[in-house]
Design a binder for this molecule. Structure first.
Ligand SMILES: N[C@@H](CCC(=O)N[C@@H](CS)C(=O)NCC(=O)O)C(=O)O
Length: 193
């Protein structure tokens, strides 16, 4: 049994998309960051860092977007979310996800200039490719969630990020992405600017 603790529009969106891609049964548990529910003792029992997402796997918590995406891609291979192409492609996907978690994600809190700078780096890394590594994979889902947040918060000139913006459009065309955005927007995004 899989249970996703999530907050609309937050980092948990990446896991939410992956769960829809896979088509597995899962339960959703809303953690309202706006109401501070991430600090409730019962949530700290599953994630002592007071952050979303957390995925419960038969009651056992797994945290960190990259680790959860890894778990889902490997546990449900038929969904084709694990990078295709052998060891080097797998390492490239881990490289992207490390870069996304450690460099892109913290940039928002530093400020708009840094945020633009890191997406400039991502734009160069992507180099106009259709997907981050060969074919569609968990690295694309991870990248999309951060770029989605950037686009919707800062409203950058999309012409400054042509590769990322084309990637965004490809992602937005996916039924799993549409389904996730429909569910999350119906609940309502309540994120810090
Ligand atoms: N490194 C974590 C980051 C998760 C994270 O920062 N989540 C944010 C939402 S995007 C959160 O839960 N923040 C809680 C808070 O701000 O109190 C991951 O990749 O899962």
């Amino acid at each position: 049994m899989l249970t996703l603790y999530f907050s609309p529009g937050s980092s948990s969106m990446a896991v939410h998309i992956a769960l829809h891609e896979i088509g597995a049964d899962f339960e959703r548990r809303l953690v309202s960051l706006a109401k501070g529910e991430q600090h409730k003792p019962e949530y700290l029992d599953v994630n002592p860092e007071a952050k979303v997402p957390t995925l419960l796997i038969d009651g056992r918590p797994l945290t960190e977007v990259a680790a959860i995406l890894y778990f889902l891609a490997k546990r449900f291979p038929d969904a084709g979310l694990w990078p295709f192409g052998g060891l080097e492609a797998e390492a490239q996907a881990i490289s992207w996800m490390s870069f996304i978690a450690s460099t892109i994600h913290p940039a928002r809190r530093i400020g708009p200039e840094r945020w633009r700078e890191v997406f400039g780096i991502a734009e160069r890394r992507l180099a106009g490719r259709e997907w981050t590594v060969g074919r569609y994979s968990i690295a694309d889902i991870h990248l999309f969630r951060l770029y989605w947040r950037f686009v919707n918060s800062l409203k950058p000139n999309l012409g400054d990020f042509p590769g990322l913006s084309a990637h965004y459009e490809r992602m937005m065309a996916r039924p799993a992405v549409r389904q996730t955005l429909e569910i999350e927007s119906a609940i309502g995004y309540a994120l810090p600017q």
